[in-house]
Design a protein around this ligand. Structure first.
Ligand SMILES: [Zn+2]
Length: 408
């Protein structure tokens, strides 16, 4: 099953037109907890509020939660969002390591599993593992397939979001055009959203620590370099889902710098984990990948500290341009190389604060990822919960039920 992309913007409906979905959102956001408050906020007649609240109670999306203090007369019954009215499944498929989780509708992880799986093995073996592991998590937590309200999946490559298919992903042989969302959706009979991993990581970091910041950049610096953009509180994917591809911005015309994408002089080919490991090898220091580079930095090896600091400056020069263009409130740096103590961030800060416009950096924060390896799981669950509890999704589901009931 594929789902349409969530529309941008947070415009509320005019007063008096709020459906059950909008009422659920008021309660979820903590803006209303009684029928009276819902009536005041929406302008709906009391009978309409009662009818829509009853629908949400019947769906178990709302539950009674005791009585509110009243100034007189009958106490007003308090309503609460029921985070146990189903579960969502999340999967973060990395280049060499994958993680899956089962979460309640509040985004809390109830069960989780991880394994070393090469994405390059191709879609069938990887997704077979995902399905078997998710089934195991469902069984372990006492849930059935019928409890699944949605599935969110991140993959290490570009994705056509509307259809949930990877598009020419450079490190995912066999996945080009593979119907990931359709396959997983037919198994769980629920909406499936598939996105580039840096997008969901950006969403996870935003949710976990920066909800008060509307504009955020998340930069993953590992073997490759990618960037997820949160704009106005939502993921900015661009026209074709290719927004944020910072790794392949050209930073040098040196013909000896050949990128795995086939172009010359990409940032990734200079400042990615593989490039730094190669640079250390050229200086006689053994390093196979970015993780080895980080281990050398932590051991205090000066060559390694130097290449990481310089990679930070290179990244900073590209981010300085992004800061002028996009004016984010925070830049979160994640990925393997962000674990190189503070050296990578120091290089980034040095150049960004020097080169970006003063107004754009006045309150800009440049920080390390808080969620680290779990950013993808958190973000994938946020993405799918936002979709399944979106007022339009709720209203469509409820009107579908009404139509079925009327036909019976
Ligand atoms: Zn490239």
């Amino acid at each position: 099953m594929t789902v349409p992309a969530p529309a941008g913007g947070r415009a509320e409906r005019p007063r008096g037109a709020a459906g059950a979905g909008a009422i659920l959102r008021l309660v979820r956001d903590g803006r209303a907890s009684t029928r009276v408050e819902i009536g005041e906020l929406t302008g709906l007649a009391r009978s309409t509020v009662t009818q829509r609240v009853d629908q949400l109670l019947a769906e178990r999306l709302l539950v009674p939660a005791g009585a509110a203090a009243s100034t007189g007369g009958r106490p007003s019954r308090v309503l609460a969002f029921n985070r146990d009215a189903g579960v969502v499944l999340a999967a973060d498929l990395g280049a060499t390591h994958s993680r899956v989780a089962l979460c309640d509708l509040g985004g809390e992880v109830l069960a989780e599993a991880a394994a070393d799986r090469a994405i390059a093995d191709g879609p069938d073996p990887v997704l077979t593992w995902v399905e078997a592991t998710l089934d195991e998590l469902l069984a372990r937590s006492g849930h059935g397939v019928g409890d699944v309200r949605g599935v969110g999946i991140g993959v290490p490559g570009p994705v056509e979001f509307a259809t949930g298919r990877p598009v020419a992903p450079p490190i995912m042989p066999g996945w080009d055009g593979y119907p990931v969302a359709a396959r997983i959706g037919s198994r769980y009979a629920a909406p499936v959203l598939v996105d580039n991993d840096v997008n969901i990581m950006a969403l996870g970091e935003h949710q976990a620590g920066w909800r008060d910041v509307d504009h955020l950049l998340y930069v993953k610096v590992g073997t490759g370099i990618g960037c997820g953009i949160v704009a106005g509180g939502r993921i900015l994917r661009g026209a074709q889902g290719a927004a944020g591809d910072l790794g392949h911005i050209q930073i040098t015309s040196d013909p000896s710098v050949v990128c795995r994408c086939g172009n010359i002089g990409c940032m990734e080919a200079v400042a990615g984990g593989g490039a730094l490991a190669a640079s250390l090898r050229a200086q006689g220091v053994q390093a196979a990948d970015g993780r080895d580079v980080v281990a050398h930095v932590r051991a205090g090896r000066p060559e390694a500290v130097r290449v990481v600091r310089e990679a930070g400056r290179v990244l900073g020069s590209v981010l300085a341009t992004s800061v002028n263009l996009f004016n984010p409130g925070v830049i979160v740096i994640g990925g393997d190389l962000s674990r190189a103590e503070e050296h990578l961030l120091a290089g980034v800060r040095e150049v960004v604060y020097q080169r970006s416009l003063p107004l754009a950096t006045r309150s800009l924060r440049i920080v390390r990822s808080r969620l680290d390896d779990r950013a993808g799981i958190v973000g994938a669950s946020v993405m799918v919960i936002d979709h399944v509890l979106d007022p339009r999704t709720i209203d469509a589901a409820l009107s579908g039920r009404e139509a079925v009931a009327a036909a019976d």
